[in-house]
Design a binder for this molecule. Structure first.
Ligand SMILES: [Zn+2]
Ligand SMILES: [Zn+2]
Length: 356
């Protein structure tokens, strides 16, 4: 599952941010262990927390504002009028599908071309210098990559299954809002109250995503769901942007069910679209295979994802993201250190002992 799935952060470079080391197997790791965000610190550090949430470089809103802007532009210019979606018709569902297909192709394809084909960043901050897999003789039904090519397999799963799942959730959401099956009435009577609630729900969307992601991901690691669905995403040990949404369709349905929370809150369809975008785009960036996407003078988009890289490498750690540090609560946090590695091994041995 993505990672988105860990949330994406903006971070400055500099010695602490960019230093790391590469071992003989070509695997890169940051110099320092992954640190807990201020939200998980006790006693509280309010100033650090505010900077982490709203500052630059910060954690939450500098980057999520970009996704929010993308959502608003998509809602205003690339979405049919709500009133026209009262009945399911091929034309408007087709419009949603085409624009979702194009946006995913643009972001994942652009990142893949820049990072993995044109090598725009070289090996700088790349987790592993092993190339993405091609030429494998394994088959899809043998739970290996379709046509032996990781990128083709990932693209087909993303565009062929992920985009239809996204579009289906979106279409049902607009249809339900359009018919008044969900949605709050009476906003005209209290416009100020409506806008306060509107902003609060927007601010809550990344938290909703993080909580839903952690819980759904733990569910996917139960034996039945792992073997029947989630193992498909874990075929990707070294990841690229197309790996982010490369999942079994069952996992895609579960992963994007985060939008159902917005059906319950039922305030405005743009919240649902933002919730969906938070599940799409951070996952694509977060699986880029690089710790940061360098922009200028060491400042980069931190895909945040040595944390999630360790999940792909070891399976039994780092199920969530640092926005909702539930891994620290449930004892599955791996900070990349040798001590965390020992703790994870002991945890796995204890679990195997309990299973036998
Ligand atoms: Zn997993
Ligand atoms: Zn993943």
């Amino acid at each position: 599952m993505p990672l988105s799935t860990s949330p994406i952060t903006l971070a400055a470079g500099g010695a602490a941010g960019l230093s790391g080391q590469r071992n003989a197997r070509g695997e890169w790791r940051p110099q320092a262990p992954i640190t807990l965000p201020p939200i998980a610190c006790w006693p509280p550090r309010p100033l650090a927390l505010l900077k982490w949430m709203f500052g630059f470089p910060g954690f939450l809103w500098p980057m999520n504002s970009l996704f929010l802007a993308m959502t608003l532009l998509t809602w205003l210019f690339l979405t049919p009028a709500l009133a026209s979606m009262q009945t399911f018709e091929l034309w408007w569902i087709g419009v949603l599908f085409a624009r979702n297909f194009a946006l995913v192709l643009l972001v994942a394809g652009g990142l893949h071309l820049y990072l993995h084909i044109f090598r725009g960043q070289g090996e700088n901050l790349q987790f592993s210098n092993r190339p993405l897999i091609t030429g494998s003789t394994r088959t899809l039904f043998g739970k290996r990559f379709l046509w032996g090519d990781q990128v083709i397999d990932n693209m087909l799963r993303t565009l062929g299954a992920g985009v239809p799942v996204i579009t289906a959730y979106e279409a049902v959401t607009y249809w339900a809002f359009s018919n008044g099956y969900i949605g709050i009435t009476g906003s005209a009577a209290s416009p100020a109250g409506f806008w306060v609630a509107f902003v609060l729900v927007l601010l809550a969307a990344p938290v909703i995503h993080a909580l839903h992601f952690y819980l759904a991901h733990r569910l996917l690691h139960t034996k039945l769901l792992y073997r029947s669905a989630h193992c498909v995403h874990h075929l990707n040990v070294e990841c690229g942007p197309w790996s982010g949404l490369a999942m079994h369709p069952v996992e895609q349905v579960l992963y994007f069910s985060t939008v159902l929370v917005q059906w319950l809150l039922a305030l405005h369809p743009v919240h649902a679209l933002f919730q969906i975008h938070l599940a799409i785009f951070p996952a694509l960036v977060g699986h880029s295979g690089f710790e940061k996407l360098l922009l200028w003078r060491g400042i980069g988009l931190e895909s945040g994802n040595y944390f999630h890289y360790l999940h792909h490498k070891y399976f039994e750690c780092n199920y969530g993201g640092s926005l909702a540090p539930l891994d620290t609560v449930f004892g599955t946090f791996h900070d990349g250190s040798a001590a965390a590695q020992v703790a994870m091994r002991e945890r796995m041995l204890a679990r195997r002992g309990a299973d036998t």
